[in-house]
Design a protein. Sequence first.
Length: 233
Amino acid sequence: MSDTEHTGQRARPGLHGRRKGKPLRQHQTELIEQELPRLAALGEQGLVDWRTAFDFTPRALRMEIGFGGGEHLIAQAAANRDVAYIGCEPFINGVAKLLARMEELGLNNMRVHPGDAVDVLRALPDACVEQIDLLYPDPWPKRRQRKRRFVSEETMADLARVLIPGGRWRFATDIDDYAGWTLARVLRSPDFTWTAQTSSDWVQPWPGFVQTRYEAKAVLAGRRPVYLTFIRK
Ligand SMILES: C[S@@+](CC[C@H](N)C(=O)[O-])C[C@H]1O[C@@H](n2cnc3c(N)ncnc32)[C@H](O)[C@@H]1O
């Protein structure tokens, strides 16, 4: 049984969270108006070709879905300047923050999608992404809201299609029920294996992991994150 009603096209969770917060500062507005069109992952011509979009030849493509304020994505892109990144985030204040940090650090290895990550996943060719990070997706804890969760059999099929064999899907959450929800789907998936051997494999952050704003709040509130790595078969 599929997680969402079948409509002919593969179903998608859609966007349910907020897209705007406090008013943008002047420079943030300028970045959104002037820089975002140049750095957009999806333009009028469709998805940019990551192999030719940059002024260098990337050795791999990675993606972060729902980057929030971009703390983790910026750190990854700064540490791996020979890798191309696509960041997806519909919350425009987060996008503005990311653009400002990219400018400060002179990062030239990123494209941004200020919207639903499913748009990018469905525009990507097969087997081209080395790593996809989904860090603290909105938990939607109430039973009737769970169908809004990003992880579903449909989005997992999208992730599986775009990842290269051996590619990584990394998932972090502080919500036990969401960890169980995702593991249950991975364990019955023909496309992914879960790599954990011992508990330290999922309670320790990944090497080089930079804490996100959401994680910092979760830890302060006494919740324990888990870090799950799934390998594309
Ligand atoms: C709980 S927040 C976590 C943000 C960030 N990853 C962190 O750890 O601080 C979840 C984020 O996912 C974004 N989001 C929700 N649905 C999305 C979708 N379909 N595509 C991309 N991002 C999405 C939200 O706007 C929000 O910023």
